[in-house]
Design a protein around this ligand. Structure first.
Ligand SMILES: Nc1nc2c(ncn2[C@@H]2O[C@H](COP(=O)(O)OP(=O)(O)OP(=O)(O)O)[C@@H](O)[C@H]2O)c(=O)[nH]1
Ligand SMILES: [Zn+2]
Ligand SMILES: [Zn+2]
Length: 236
């Protein structure tokens, strides 16, 4: 159930959320932090991907996680084992994170750490293929996951998430031999919605594609920090 259903109320709600997202992004930009909003339907593999990403990159980049879940801290506890700050946000009855909730995580980061030390904030959104895509949280890139068990038609049936994504991970590739699923069809359906997104097939189980994902993450962080580097060089 959703408040955005009422058109007038919905416009106000999205407008207020947008302002909050810009505020959050201004914080991230000031601190030189890149922020990703990671979205998918429930169980597509967001937390496993975050576990692998933390394992591979936590010594190269300083990373914090903002973990959205409706009621539990199960995912947050899994990620805390990697020794990075994890700020758990319970959304209660809401099926997505909004910019105000993420601001709560940002303020914890600000009060407990020196935020300028951080390079990357990973936001795991609530598992839902529809609503998270409507609510910006102040991210620099939207990452969508689609597992191959969900069906080739999902980009066509739930277009907004796929239109908005900067990077689309097709997950659980290790299961392809057991399913009657055409990976090329999935990719073509994504392309129909979004000609520009980077598409990376991955398997957290076999490791397929993960290096391509890690390289993409590192390149995003590097390009986000380019203006700061340029300013530092120019001021010398
Ligand atoms: N075979 C296979 N299973 C996977 C892969 N990635 C994740 N899984 C399994 O899929 C299930 C859900 O993974 P999670 O990472 O918890 O999914 P999630 O998107 O974080 O789920 P929610 O937070 O509940 O939305 C778990 O049982 C994982 O082990 C993969 O690449 N291959
Ligand atoms: Zn999760
Ligand atoms: Zn909803």
């Amino acid at each position: 159930m959703h408040q955005t259903f009422d058109a007038a109320l919905g416009i106000n709600l999205l407008h207020a959320n947008q302002k909050g997202a810009e505020h959050n992004r201004a914080h991230f930009d000031k601190w030189g932090i890149t922020c990703f909003n990671i979205m998918s339907s429930p169980g597509a593999g967001k937390t496993v991907l975050l576990e692998q990403t933390l394992a591979a990159l936590k010594d190269k980049l300083k990373i914090a996680v903002i973990e959205g879940d409706m009621t539990t801290e199960l995912d947050a506890d899994r990620l805390r084992q990697y020794g990075v700050p994890v700020f758990a946000i319970n959304t209660g009855r809401s099926c997505h994170l909004d910019s105000k909730m993420v601001a709560g995580g940002i303020h914890q980061l600000e009060h407990q750490y020196n935020p300028s030390d951080f390079d990357l904030v990973l936001v795991e959104n609530v598992g839902n293929l529809v609503c998270p895509a409507e609510f910006e949280v102040g991210e620099h890139a939207k990452i969508a996951l689609l597992s191959i068990t969900e069906g080739e038609d999902k980009p066509l049936k739930y277009p907004v998430m796929f239109q908005e994504a900067d990077c689309l991970l097709i997950t659980k590739m290790d299961l392809a031999p057991y399913l009657e699923v055409d990976i090329n069809r999935i990719a073509a359906n994504v392309r129909q919605m979004n000609p520009y997104a980077t598409i990376i097939p991955v398997s957290a189980k076999t490791g397929e594609g993960l290096d391509v994902w890690f390289d993409w993450v590192k390149s995003q962080v590097a390009s986000q920090n380019q203006p700061l580097l340029d300013a530092a060089i120019a001021s010398r």
